[in-house]
Design a protein around this ligand. Structure first.
Ligand code: XMP
Length: 327
């Protein structure tokens, strides 16, 4: 049987019982595949890699080596949460690499969105490769491949190699315990494994992170403003009960300024753009009618708490013609 094909009779994992059965099955399969060897995993903190990490910790404990690369483009508090949950609470063997300077130095002056994605993806592989070479005795690479990745790569829509691009002498056997699951099933399994709701129900976050929301050439001050504005937006959506109700929401800080007035003097500061969308498959998206009082509260907070910002806008454009991200 093709191990990349979901069996017709495989029940959709919708309940705790089904999740527990899946977990028990996968723990046995991982133990049988890996034996007493070591497994490497790039742990981004996204739903898929987090669930794979939690499964492997249950199955093989300290034989799993998790590597979390902070590329400096994470949202506020995200890398800290990865360390807290996996190292402190689950006792994982976790290597945390703060590569912020490395990424931001490489990105300095790079304005084209695709060039930025290439720099971020390429640098990620290099940092991960360096760490992999420091480790001894690793024979397996775990990946958070899920079923839509396999379907899309079969159709030629995208290559699903999460850590693709490692050099030929670093080829590991793959461990992909959730590769036959759909996203909703991965979330049910994550909850059953005891991962926090904020991780299991995390909204989609692009691999290049805040890098594609700090448009044009990224600067540290504008990135800091973006991170703060995004944290305020998420906090206020959370308080308003919109988590899980709005599909994806974030802020963008473009690379141009506008005139404003503050404390009686002229300023020339950035705008913050709020983006919120609802969608089923991210192929098209609509913009929710957010409560005016909520928008006003977010605006007031961003204007008073985020240095360098003098304007807040709400992007009303559906996809298409606009894409969800600005770059
Ligand atoms: P767009 O902007 O194409 O986004 O409407 C659709 C969905 O894909 C996410 N996205 C990305 N995810 N790497 C990713 O891992 C990327 O480079 C990337 N660009 C967009 C986006 O956040 C949205 O959920």
């Amino acid at each position: 049987m093709d191990s990349n094909k979901r069996p017709e009779n495989m029940a959709r994992i919708t309940t705790r019982e089904l999740a527990d059965a899946f977990i028990a099955e996968q723990i046995a399969a991982i133990k049988a595949q890996v034996g007493n060897k070591k497994v490497l995993l790039a742990l981004s903190g996204g739903v898929d890699s987090s669930v794979v990490a939690a499964l492997l910790i249950k199955a093989i404990g300290q034989q799993l080596v998790c590597v979390h690369v902070n590329h400096g483009l994470m949202r506020k508090g995200e890398s800290e949460q990865v360390v807290k949950v996996f190292r402190d609470q689950l006792g994982a063997n976790l290597i945390y690499i703060d590569a912020t300077d490395r990424f931001l130095d490489k990105l300095a002056g790079v304005a084209d969105p695709e060039a930025k994605r290439k720099v971020i993806g390429g640098e990620f592989i290099r940092v991960f490769e360096e760490e992999a070479r420091k480790q001894t005795g690793i024979e397996f690479l775990a990946q958070g491949t899920i079923y839509p990745d396999i379907i899309e790569s079969d159709k030629g829509v995208k290559a699903h190699h999460n850590v693709g691009g490692l050099p030929d002498d670093l080829k590991f056997e793959l461990v992909e315990p959730v590769k036959l699951l759909f996203k909703d099933e991965v979330r049910v399994v994550g909850s059953a494994l005891g991962l926090p709701d904020s991780m299991v129900h995390r909204q989609p976050f692009p691999g290049p992170g805040l890098g594609v929301r700090c448009t044009g050439a990224i600067t540290r001050d504008r990135l800091a403003a973006l991170r703060e504005a995004d944290a305020i937006l998420r906090e206020e959506f959370d308080k308003a009960g919109l988590v899980g109700k709005v599909w994806q929401y974030f802020t963008v800080v473009p690379d141009y300024r506008s005139t404003g007035v503050r404390n009686g003097g002229r300023v020339f500061d950035w705008p913050v753009i709020i983006r919120a969308v609802n969608t089923v498959d991210a192929m098209s998206a609509t913009v929710p009618e957010l409560d005016w009082a909520l928008l006003k509260k977010i605006t007031d907070r961003i204007l008073s708490e985020v240095p360098g910002v003098c304007r807040v806008l709400y992007d009303l454009s559906p996809k298409g013609p606009a894409t969800i991200e600005w770059e």
